[in-house]
Design a protein around this ligand. Sequence first.
Ligand SMILES: Nc1ncnc2c1ncn2[C@@H]1O[C@H](COP(=O)(O)OP(=O)(O)OP(=O)(O)O)[C@@H](O)[C@H]1O
Ligand SMILES: [Mg+2]
Length: 220
Amino acid sequence: MELVKTSDLKKYYRTGEVCVKALDHVNLSVEEGEFIAVVGPSGCGKTTLLNMLGGLDNPTDGTVLIHGKDITKMKSEELTIYRRKHIGFVFQNYNLLQTLNVKSNILLPLYLGNSKIDEAYFEEIVEILGIKNKLKNLPNTLSGGQQQRVAIARAMITKPDIVLADEPTGNLDSESSEEVLRLLRESGERYNQTIIMITHSREIAETASRIIRMRDGKIV
Ligand SMILES: Nc1ncnc2c1ncn2[C@@H]1O[C@H](COP(=O)(O)OP(=O)(O)OP(=O)(O)O)[C@@H](O)[C@H]1O
Ligand SMILES: [Mg+2]
């Protein structure tokens, strides 16, 4: 089934006289359960695309349908609720809250969304991600790879349909990268999640079920 569809998606950034076409007529269709790698040179629009798919920013023109619903037309409150329910984000720099321990970081999206904890699911994902014995730690006592696994657990705790990951392994050595990636893919398969991941690594891209190449704001 089609999960995500963009139609003629455009994002132009104007700075003074200069106009950058960060996204230029992007038509993308993603099926449920796909594991997609987005690749392309620096500045080609990868992060911009991910932000639009996740409703983190408004396009200049075009639509983003998720489950057939146009998220670009939603009011901000509706979009926030929708995002919390359906979309998980993993960022390159982890974005963990340093004053909260690992468990609270993972559960944060549930607190924010006023949702109940599925204890069994929580136990399962921290087990899979290998952070079960780190739940009381503060993030800065963990290695980069461990912090990224916490970030993945946090993205997954709401059981999102889609996980959007912007260079999730960008800060990791190749061994931890492989590990984090394997976990991401395995949990995607296990929970029937669709994963869209930006990467600069050819090896990592080749593990995906589909590679999307971008250049100058276009899918090529
Ligand atoms: N807030 C902004 N204001 C103005 N220009 C922006 C803004 N955000 C991005 N851009 C421009 O849009 C283009 C696409 O940026 P984007 O961050 O999507 O690239 P990217 O493919 O993710 O690059 P990288 O691989 O370096 O992360 C770039 O030319 C960038 O300078
Ligand atoms: Mg980027």
